[in-house]
Design a protein. Structure first.
Length: 296
């Protein structure tokens, strides 16, 4: 008897893989495009492409590598659209050995800011992120980038050297600040939210408000989005503070049960005619704040 592949089982397996890989894939995408927020957009596009191509992809020997290849290409597409695409391939492929990094340098590279990574050419950026941040092997990097081994070694060597130089440069950019208008309306939203006065919050949102509870669900319209506030009323692991994430007005969410800790996640609001038109809440995608530059 000929066995027919169980499509539902394959779908379940893919869904589990995407869930497990999502934080790691986001870490790569965010550092490739220089933003945790844009990185999540790129990741969502990549996951859609993975689901669409999975049915016709045939046997996948290395699912993680397959996903990284999709994420890599999606990030490059994003960079091209943003007109920041740099030369991908070096004119020469130097057969140099990728130098081993010591533990201190590895930690420095892994913790480099997204702005710092963006100053590297794309090939150097990708190779350094894949090896020094995500721990991929040289062979895996070759497969993801579709580069020869000498080209990957050269890009990795140059990228590490460039990061060492950038790490020594002073960061003299003035810190961004919330405008008075943003501070006032974010402050009002936060004050009502923290007081659990969700009726006042509902009065602040537009009738056609849209909610993206990232990684969980999407809702449209005041009636449906009101359920979202009801869910927050049932838990006590949040305390909202107005601030900035990557220069964007944002709401940082802390856990009051863990004093002294950093923000767990954040929310983004878009306003229209003094009403909240869009809410983007990263409660179920807390990995997005990894590497984000934020200010209170």
């Amino acid at each position: 008897m000929k066995l027919v592949p169980d499509a539902s089982a394959a779908a379940v397996g893919l869904d589990r893989l995407l869930t497990e890989m999502r934080p790691k894939l986001h870490r790569y995408c965010a550092r490739m495009v220089g933003s945790v927020i844009d990185g999540e957009d790129v990741l969502q596009d990549a996951l859609i492409k993975a689901v669409e191509s999975h049915a016709t992809a045939g046997p996948i020997g290395n699912p993680e590598g397959w996903l990284f290849r999709i994420a890599h290409n999606t990030a490059l597409d994003f960079l091209r659209r943003r007109n920041r695409q740099e030369a991908l391939r070096s004119a020469e492929e130097v057969d140099m050995i990728a130098d081993e990094t010591d533990a201190v340098l590895s930690r420095q590279i892994a913790s480099a800011s997204l702005r710092t990574f963006m100053r590297l050419p794309v090939a150097q950026r990708s190779s350094v992120i894949l090896m020094d941040v995500l721990g991929c092997s040289l062979q895996e990097i070759c497969e993801v980038m579709d580069f020869s081994l000498p080209a990957v070694k050269a890009a990795l060597h140059r990228g590490r050297a460039q990061l060492r130089e950038l790490a020594d440069e002073p960061d003299d950019l003035p810190p961004p600040k919330l405008s008075e208008a943003d501070r006032e309306r974010l402050g009002a939203y936060v004050a009502h939210f923290n007081a659990r006065d969700f009726d006042a919050i509902r009065a602040m949102i537009s009738d056609d408000v849209r909610l993206d509870l990232v990684g969980k669900t999407r809702m449209n319209g005041k009636a449906e989005v009101s359920k979202y506030f009801g869910n927050y009323s049932k838990v006590s692991d949040w305390q909202l503070v107005p601030g900035l994430v990557e220069g964007h007005p944002a709401i940082l969410v802390f856990d009051p049960n863990v004093p002294g800790s950093g923000p767990k996640y954040f929310m983004l609001l878009r306003w229209s005619a003094d009403k909240v038109a869009d809410i983007r809440d990263f409660r179920h995608a807390s990995y997005v704040i990894d590497g984000a530059e934020y200010l209170i």
